[in-house]
Design a protein around this ligand. Structure first.
Ligand code: UDP
Length: 342
């Protein structure tokens, strides 16, 4: 298949592009590099020996996107592009709604014009809000979120489901990610957040190489085994392979359907820090601070549906995630900014 990948230079996008190329698919990346680096394209080529086509375009620029879409003439689209910082979304909701919804409308209009009806959408476990106790199952029905970022995912899942119900011929995967971490085993691509990382794993990695003094543990008084928050961390390469599995099964699925992409296991903040300490062979200092607003005590996936219907299962454990995350950070202490070839 020829797959158009929006946000293909980002963390999950880049690993998915590698997985697609390794499976023999053709790829066109659409990315404006607002929150990613062009160096990623070189690294993808280093890993796979194939340089994916690139359209450096803001999806909100509908005219430019039309030209790029027509030129690529894709069989399918994987849509990663979007803003994703939870705290920022609460501070500037209009920007988040305008950007994440507007760019998806631009994409959907182009897909309709060109009769491309196969779409894999980046959703998130955040759409479960606090409506269920873990493990979260897709059957729950009602969706909710506690912040504008999460609401853009809830709204877009609904919009995509409505379109698929109203018009015949659509095949849409709504992939609900749990907590992707780690990096490619080559150490060439990984997570490179701009500014202070919001998420635990990149923060821990920056402490491990001395860029930050200590990890702040957001609360140790949760009703969990060691009192710290538990999450379903999933290796980004497993997640990427989940996208390929969904894409390759979508022809048999009519309409829109949701699948969880997680491991089905919870790991606490303290356990995750300990895994990174083992991988790095050094102590990672931490300080317990108050809970972060809006954080749930525990979240993990029921993976039954993805296993049964996509024939996919995460195979990498926390030690693998820590090893590959550490390798990436150690070789690229300042992320892609260390690459001087550009
Ligand atoms: N967390 C933490 N310190 C940090 C960032 C996160 O203790 O600097 C905790 C957070 O409270 C949660 C877990 O780590 O229990 C994962 O947080 P992250 O932001 O990575 O993912 P999310 O909350 O979106 O699942």
């Amino acid at each position: 298949m020829h797959v158009l990948v929006t946000g293909g230079a980002g963390f999950i996008g880049s690993h998915t592009v590698v997985a697609l190329l390794e499976r023999g698919h053709d790829v066109t990346i659409v990315d404006d590099f607002e929150n990613s680096s062009p160096v990623v394209i070189d690294r993808i080529e280093q890993i796979t020996g194939i340089r994916p086509a690139l359209a450096e375009i803001d999806l909100l620029d509908e005219d430019a996107f039309e030209v790029a879409f027509a030129a690529a003439a894709p069989d399918a689209v994987i849509h990663f592009a979007g803003l994703k910082a939870v705290g920022e979304s609460s501070a500037d909701p209009l920007r988040y709604y305008a950007h994440n919804l507007g760019s998806t409308f631009s994409l959907l209009k182009a897909m309709k014009r060109h009769g491309t009806q196969t779409l894999v959408f980046s959703s998130s476990a955040t759409v479960y809000g606090d409506l269920q106790e873990p493990p979260y199952t897709e059957e729950g029905g009602r969706l909710d979120a506690t912040n504008p970022y999460g609401m853009t995912k809830v709204m877009l899942e609904r919009i995509l489901s409505d379109i698929a119900a109203a018009e015949p011929g659509w095949h849409i995967a709504l992939l609900r990610y749990f907590n992707p971490i780690g990096g490619h085993e080559s150490g060439l691509i990984g997570e490179d957040p701009s500014g202070i990382p919001n998420n635990l794993a990149p923060y821990v990695l920056q402490v491990s190489i001395g860029r930050r003094p200590h990890v702040n543990i957001f609360g140790d008084d949760y009703p969990t085994a060691d009192g710290t928050g538990e999450r379903d961390y999933i290796h980004v390469v497993d997640l990427a392979q989940g996208h390929v599995a969904a894409l390759e099964r979508l022809a048999e699925v009519d309409g829109a359907r949701a699948w969880n992409l997680g491991t089905g296991h919870g790991t606490s903040v303290k356990q995750l820090i300990a895994a990174f300490e083992s991988a790095a062979g050094r102590t990672i200092p931490s300080v317990v601070v108050p809970r972060r607003d809006g954080d749930l005590p525990r979240s993990w996936a029921d993976t039954t549906r993805a296993e049964a219907e996509l024939g996919w299962k995460a195979t990498r454990d926390i030690a693998d995630m820590a090893r590959d995350g550490w390798r990436w950070q150690q070789r690229n202490p300042n992320g892609f900014a260390d690459d001087r070839t550009r």
